[in-house]
Write a protein that binds this ligand. Sequence first.
Ligand code: GTP
Length: 240
Amino acid sequence: MTKESEEIAKRLAALERDPAYRDHPLMAELNRLAERFYKVERQLRKVSRIGDLLQALLREDNEAFEQAALTDPLTGLPNRRAMQEQLELEAARAEREGTWLVVGMGDVDHFKAVNDSHGHETGDTVLQEVANRLEGGLREYDQCARWGGEEFLVLCPGLSAAQAVRTMERIREAVTGEPVMGGTTPIRVSISFGVAVYQPGEQADDLTSRADVALYEAKRQGRNRSVLAGEDARHFSRGD
Ligand SMILES: Nc1nc2c(ncn2[C@@H]2O[C@H](COP(=O)(O)OP(=O)(O)OP(=O)(O)O)[C@@H](O)[C@H]2O)c(=O)[nH]1
C-alpha cells in the first residue's frame, strides 16, 4: 500500500468510528471510491514494474549493441574502432607517465593466394586461426585487434624496443609454426610485422603510421619477419 492509500484507509476508519458519520448514507459511496482508488493504484504499480523491466531489457540490448559495434564478427577480436580508442588511451598514458608502449602492425603474407587457391571460406578460417594464435601468444595486458582485412594490430604497454621485437617474433612464430587446417588441407601461413615504440609527443596515429612504414619494409625484405621502425631501431641498437 502507498502512503496515500494508507492515509485514505486511516481517515475512512476514523469516520467509521465516529457516530456522527458511521451511518451517513455517503459512507458506502466513500468506501466504494476508496476501493476503486486502491485498485487503480495496484494497476499503476504493475505498469511501473513492467516499465522497469523494459528499461532493464533495453539497457542489456544497448550494451550488447555497443559490444557488437566494437567487436570483429569473424575473429571475435576487438575491431579497429575499439583498438583506436585503446591506442589513444595508452598513448596518453605513455606520454603522461613516461612509460613504454609498443605497437605491432601485422599483415598475413600472400593472403590473396590463400583465397585464390582454397576459397574465401577457407581464407576466413585461416584468419580466425591467425587471430587465435596471435592472442594466445600475448601477455594478459597486451591487446590484439583486427585492424582490417588480413591486418592485425598488437598493442603492448610497458615493453622496450628489444622486448617488443622479441614479443613480435614470438607471436609471428606462433602463426608460422604449424600449418592451419583448411578442412583437410594443411595451409602454411606466415605474417610480417612492423613494430614501433611510442616516442614522447607522438599521437596514436603517428605511432601506427610508423608501424605501417616498418611493415612495408618487412614485406620488402621478403616477409615473414618483424622490422622495427627506423627511429626506434636507433634506440634499439643503443641497447634500450
Ligand atoms: N577470406 C577473406 N579474405 C579477406 C578478408 N579481408 C580481406 N581479404 C583478402 O585479403 C587479400 C589481401 O591481399 P593483398 O592486399 O593483395 O595482400 P597479400 O596477398 O596478403 O600480399 P602481401 O600483403 O603483399 O603479402 C585480398 O585478396 C582480400 O580479398 C576476409 O575477411 N576474408
